[in-house]
Design a protein around this ligand. Structure first.
Ligand SMILES: NC(=O)c1ccc[n+]([C@@H]2O[C@H](COP(=O)([O-])OP(=O)(O)OC[C@H]3O[C@@H](n4cnc5c(N)ncnc54)[C@H](OP(=O)(O)O)[C@@H]3O)[C@@H](O)[C@H]2O)c1
Length: 254
């Protein structure tokens, strides 16, 4: 455990698995008190115990990012209990895939609800606290990081709506990056390629089998690889703003 983030508090959404869980552990290992937000309370409790047994500080906050009221209450609880909010990792997300002409509208609604509305609700609730933290932080800076995707750079068949949500995250982040200039809140996007997480297990057949065929033989990224990128972004000196990191699996063609 090192202490580059000692005295700071971070919130990670989608912390109950995959990239979010790995990122929460990485931030805690640098000394940040970390709020873990997701719907599955049992997973959050396990992660909180793991972080605490490694000497870190964690707070489990069960909430659904698609509910603006729950998000606002969750962010307020984090600030009340941890005393401040220096970094937010807007990571909660889901993917559904398949040809648009046959797609379920529910799948599209779910992706827009979590990947777009969820990201907006968290950003809206957190930004005033990030501005406050930047002025009082020993580090002199606060960070809003959103997890995008290679799908936010290149649109492909079967994931057109997922790409729509991730292209949107890039646009939103760039706009608020400029709004935050002078307030010492850095705004960045980490865009992963294919990462070995349960995101693919949540796909219905035949979409899951199609992804498996597409990624067969490719060495996938690990969640820790993306946590490393987030950590790099938020531990830079206040004079440095790393606004976008695209991290592909080395053998990934798209
Ligand atoms: N894996 C990849 O290849 C890949 C590639 C590019 C980008 N990404 C992005 O990385 C992010 C994390 O994905 P992952 O791969 O780590 O997937 P994952 O293991 O399935 O994790 C998704 C997380 O989002 C949370 N979540 C989903 N809906 C939620 C809701 N309504 N409210 C609160 N939390 C919610 C889940 O928690 P609960 O179910 O407990 O609520 C879970 O913690 C996503 O934004 C995804 O688009 C992933």
């Amino acid at each position: 455990m090192t202490d580059r983030l000692a005295g700071t508090a971070a919130l990670v959404t989608g912390a109950s698995s995959g990239i979010g869980a790995a990122t929460a552990k990485a931030l805690a290992a640098e000394g940040a008190a970390v709020a873990l937000l997701a719907r599955r309370a049992d997973r959050l409790a396990d992660l909180k115990s793991e972080i605490e047994s490694d000497g870190g500080i964690a707070l489990a906050v069960t909430a659904d990012v698609t509910d603006a009221g729950e998000v606002a209450a969750a962010v307020q609880r984090v600030v009340d209990e941890l005393g401040r909010l220096d970094a937010v990792v807007n990571n909660a997300g889901l993917m559904r895939s398949g040809p648009a002409a046959e797609a379920s509208l529910q799948d599209w609604d779910d992706m827009v609800a979590v990947n777009v509305r969820g990201v907006l609700y968290v950003a809206r609730a957190a930004l005033p606290h990030l501005v406050d933290a930047a002025t009082s932080s020993p580090r002199g800076v606060a960070d809003l990081v959103t997890i995008g995707s290679t799908g936010g750079w290149v649109a492909r068949p079967n994931t057109a709506v997922y790409s729509l949500t991730k292209f949107g995250v890039n646009a939103f982040s760039e706009g608020i990056r400029q709004e935050m200039l002078g307030k010492r809140v850095r705004v960045g996007v980490v865009s992963p390629g294919t990462v070995d997480t349960e995101i693919f297990a949540h796909l219905a057949e035949p979409a899951r089998a199609a992804v498996e065929r597409q990624t067969a033989g490719m060495v996938k990224l690990r969640p820790e690889d993306i946590a490393d990128a987030v950590l790099y972004m938020v531990t830079r000196d206040r004079r440095v703003a790393v606004n976008h990191m695209l991290v592909r699996a080395a053998e990934q063609t798209w």
